[in-house]
Design a protein around this ligand. Sequence first.
Ligand SMILES: [Zn+2]
Length: 405
Amino acid sequence: MRVWSVAVLAISSLAPLAPPQPSPLVVHVGHLWDGAKLVDEVNVTIDGDTITRVDAGAKAPRGAIDLPRYTAIPGLIDLHTHITYYWDRKPGTRPLGQPRRRPAVTVFLAQENARKTLETGVTTIRDLGASADTDYAMRDLVAMGAMIGPRMFVAGQGISAGRGWTPNPPALAKQAEDRVNAGSDWVKVYASRGSFDSVDTTQTLTFDELKAIVEAAHALNHKVAIHSYGASGVRDAVLAGADSVEHGIDVDDDTFAEMVKRGTVWVPTIDHNRYYVDAKDEYGFKDEAIPPLQDYIAKNLESTTRAFKAGVKLGMGSDAVYTMFGQNTRELEWFVKAGMTPAQALATATTIPAELLDRKDRLGRIAPGFAADLVAIDGRPLQNIHDVIGGVRWVMKDGKVVVTK
Ligand SMILES: [Zn+2]
């Protein structure tokens, strides 16, 4: 695998990220899933960062990037990351409780998370929680072309109730406005406990508080993602008007019906607890933490299966932190377990999140006018979702090749 050297780029500010490519450029692939249908022998013509033509049944023209063995799919979208959570694996340390770093150092080091994310075929992320403005910095550097990474929609610091908090809707509305004014694309809210080895479902913000946050953010034309490990918080988040709800178990059918009616996207993040079980030694989690994590996974999958049957829009979110980058798309396997076809699972990482991000005319499809984000897969992604998870061989983002293996 080769990724354009990040270290060299970092010292040559604003240098082009890759050798210049002819414009317009043609990429030829043996097969292509455009976000809706599968076609064969396809030329994708790209001008700058945008797709201008898609021609099926075509031969590769001279000078094309020719990938005849592969199937191209749109650049994928991970709706839930924490890309600035970085661990250098220094002996004697763990991901949690590392010595403090200056924010600029964190931003620099987190380029590794960005690279590993691109290698999974994810070219867009919604990053739901960071400290010290590090996510704003990464988003802006990537957008400038000074850092290689997925395009980022970010939330800054999440809004939460500390221990001993007394309900105060106006104060939380003000916090939502402050986040937007500071540079957040999205407002992230923690409506319950639960994270890492804790699956505590206790709700921490009231319905009235959630409603105040949502109304304040929506008044400024920004959307809201609400974290809730438990069912009551999911219900209150939906009724308060959240645009997406993150995590959740034991969600009742009435809440799913309400989500269908409102178009709320549910991002269940089933796979992140699988990751915590697998990475328990890195984190130093106690053995007693594992059965509750496994119980949460089973309940998370059970609710996801019912949500899919009910017609709830589901989104792929990894909730990746630290060493989970590079595993961003493993959530798709759970979605297939929940009853989806591979194409339906791919929609959770393409068209559904593109619409949630208000980019349905730019992201999530391979078509004229869309961003030139292409992922070449070795295998049959529409037949076997594992080929998406393990078969990424080449990635283009905004018309530039960012991964070749
Ligand atoms: Zn998260």
